[in-house]
Ligand binder design. Structure first.
Ligand code: TRP
Length: 455
């Protein structure tokens, strides 16, 4: 990864980049966030809208972020100023960095929960899982040290460089996660009463789609693919020219979407088999449902521990990418060293995460006393503003920047390098129409519709 020396470091190989970018994309967003957002937004119909967003908006947009990054060899702020110096567009880069800090702040809290749950099956066997979760997350002396520990691990990885440690691990561990998820899916769909869950998840009821659902699906798609705040600009900046951005980006989107859909298959059949109300779970959903599923499996405690180890690692590779964006900004644009940037940003973000850590029962005020835009609780407000609205806004502005200011011609030229004959003629033209018109328009319409309803 980046060093402070003049030579910009690059990924070792294509598979190295695909894994690192997939590692960024695959995380709590797929396994923790996707199921509960799906549940809150009506199930199957949400999934259809989500898939449409991935294919029609996120994929074309992903290529633009990668092209911007590889072309400029810079962080989001640097990439924008390299193309257009001294304009308000720089602020868009600033928004990216800020969004990174805030997503990281509450993401680290949930990562801490996952870390703590590695031991759950051993410390609390047989305890009703929703009761356990409520008291677990409400205890500041549990969640804060766990979040701190997780941040320290993230800091040490970003400090030491991703290539040697994380990339090598991810290669072995992510396939294990996939296999384990298949095992859990098998258990979940064979529980009595699970059919209703499959029905809820896979049979779309299109009457449930409204402006709220559209924004939630769009936001979830950006969040899951790590888009809208320049993470893929930063990761693209470490790519060599011979790399085929389209194929690599396509793989990342495919892996990410597969894991998210599988997470739904783990959760919904079990949820309905347990007779729970899908909309009521919220951020607690997987932490309440999965332990119950593990409890019905042979070697359940062991499987539970392994699962949460793997989930923590998936969260770690995502946290690394969030921190890397902010750190690469400070390394590229200020005189700070990598070490100083990593420690200051990591420490600051941890402190910013404290209110989120206390917002699941630790502090009554932060849990239920605050609300904004119809969202209650500090944690959910942060997730809504930064994990949803801000990503969509960032993507809107970056797609306008790439499509209109930098120009689709330049972007296309960058994408063509390394992609052979694959990206010429009609394919390229269709892509530029998506980037220039469809992406910004659709995002803007969903946005404006939502804001109009708010006021
Ligand atoms: N995509 C990650 C997940 O699904 C989270 C994440 C990492 C992210 N980097 C990001 C989200 C950048 C938005 C922007 O868990």
């Amino acid at each position: 990864m980046a060093t402070t020396t003049a030579e910009r470091e690059q990924w070792g190989s294509r598979i190295g980049f695909v894994l690192a970018a997939a590692g960024s994309a695959i995380g709590l967003g797929n396994i923790w966030r996707f199921p509960y957002v799906t549940a809150e937004n009506g199930g199957g119909a949400f999934v259809v809208v989500y898939l449409a967003c991935i294919l029609l908006i996120c994929l074309p947009y992903l290529f633009a972020e990668l092209a911007l990054g590889r072309n400029s060899q810079k962080n989001p702020v640097g990439a924008i100023t390299a193309i257009k110096k001294g304009t308000p567009w720089t602020l868009v880069g600033g928004l990216c960095v800020l969004t990174g800090v805030f997503i990281l702040s509450y993401y680290g809290v949930v990562a801490g929960w996952a870390l703590g749950y590695i031991f759950k099956a051993f410390v609390a066997p047989g305890v009703e899982s929703s009761t356990y979760f409520a008291s677990f997350v409400a205890d500041p002396w549990t969640v804060i040290p766990l979040a701190a520990l997780f941040m320290l691990i993230t800091i040490s990885v970003v400090y030491g460089g991703v290539e040697q440690g994380i990339e090598r691990w991810a290669k072995v561990l992510m396939p294990i996660l996939l296999v384990l998820m298949l095992v859990v899916i098998f258990r979940s769909v064979t529980l009595p009463g699970s059919g209703a869950g499959l029905e809820f998840y896979l049979n779309p009821d299109f009457s449930k789609i409204d402006g709220e659902v559209l924004l939630a699906a769009l936001g979830q798609a950006f969040f899951s693919l790590s888009l809208g705040m320049g993470a893929m600009i930063t990761y693209g900046s470490y790519l060599p020219k011979r790399e085929n951005l389209l194929v690599s980006g396509g793989y990342v989107a495919l892996f990410d979407t597969t894991i998210a859909l599988m997470a739904g298959l783990m959760i919904f059949p079990a949820l309905f088999a347990m007779g729970r109300d899908p909309g009521a779970g919220g951020p607690a959903l997987i932490f309440e449902v999965l332990p119950e599923v593990f409890a019905t499996m042979p070697l359940g405690s062991f499987i539970s521990a392994v699962f949460f180890v793997l989930l923590s690692i998936a969260a770690l590779t995502s946290m690394v990418s969030l921190l890397e964006v902010v750190v690469s900004y400070f390394v590229d644009e200020t005189t700070w060293s990598r070490a100083k940037s990593v420690w200051l940003v990591g420490g600051f973000t941890f402190l910013m995460g404290l209110p989120s850590a206390l917002a699941q029962g630790g502090s009554t005020y932060l849990t239920e006393g605050v609300s904004l835009f119809g969202v209650t609780g500090f944690f959910s407000i942060m997730d809504y503003i930064w994990g949803n609205v801000s990503l969509a806004l960032g993507a809107l502005l970056i797609s306008i920047f790439a499509g209109w200011v930098w120009g689709t011609g330049n972007a296309m030229e960058e994408l063509q390098q390394g992609s052979g004959d694959f990206f010429t003629g009609t394919t390229a033209r269709i892509w530029s129409i998506f980037l220039k018109y469809i992406c910004p328009l659709v995002i803007a319409i969903i946005f404006v519709g939502k804001v109009m309803r708010e006021i």
